[in-house]
Design a protein around this ligand. Sequence first.
Ligand SMILES: [Zn+2]
Ligand SMILES: [Zn+2]
Length: 290
Amino acid sequence: MTFKTIIESFTGAFVEQLFWYAGFAFPLFFVFWILGKKYFKKIRIQETQRAKSHHFKHDLSFSVSTFSIFAIFDICILYLDGKGYSKVYFDINQYGYMWLGISFFLVLFIDDMFFYWSHRAMHLPRFYKIFHKVHHKSTDPSPLTAFAFHPSEAVVEYFVGFVLPFLLPLNFGVIIAWQIFSMLNNVFAHLGYEIYPKGWVKLPILKFKTASTHHNMHHQLFNGNYALYFTWWDKWMGTEFKDYETRHAQIFERKNIKRSTEDLNSLFVQEEDLLLIKEQTQEKAPLRNS
Ligand SMILES: [Zn+2]
Ligand SMILES: [Zn+2]
């Protein structure tokens, strides 16, 4: 690889990353946060918008750096694939339709598991400032927050995407479907509006798919709801906020919510959780935006 081809490959990979971002995050930000702001107010997760333009600028600038890191990983994958190291295949018949379906759900399970545990690790005091503080600048997240990572966290976020194509035989279509699912899920998790219907969190099986409220509560309260795709790791490990279901239901029954000047009061957080939040946020992150 010459210097010129490296630059060309990087530019191509970076533009492709931006293309995904422009296809998902920007349109949803525009529709929910600008054009339909009044219309969608009824499904706003945090009743009062606290994200300001300086949060959007912060999130955008760190998203650009994230996509640069992702583009570097893309080039490495392409290079190693060219050398014949990857197990990516194109002909479905090579492994059959059964493996096609299983492999899709397997990558989601592995990706979700890695995200849950690495995310929990990044909330440990010794790692929080280095890796994760940048992402938590927005306590009222928007679609622009979805990829706002410190470069060190961006490396962690791409880890599974980087190693799996070399460990498992994955059809190219599965990788694209995984990328689209991941991008959409990430943007909906940071949407700031609940797009999953009333009662979702109580539905059999489907309740294991996180609603938008799930990760929004993580941005507001920090020490729980660590998963991004599915709720099972939080349920198994006892890290799901106790009032996740109540909070989701309340969005559809606004008139029953006790209005309060204290944003957190409307969440019915347990006393011990509040103490932990105060402890954690005093040192490492602002609880509310100024
Ligand atoms: Zn987030
Ligand atoms: Zn976090």
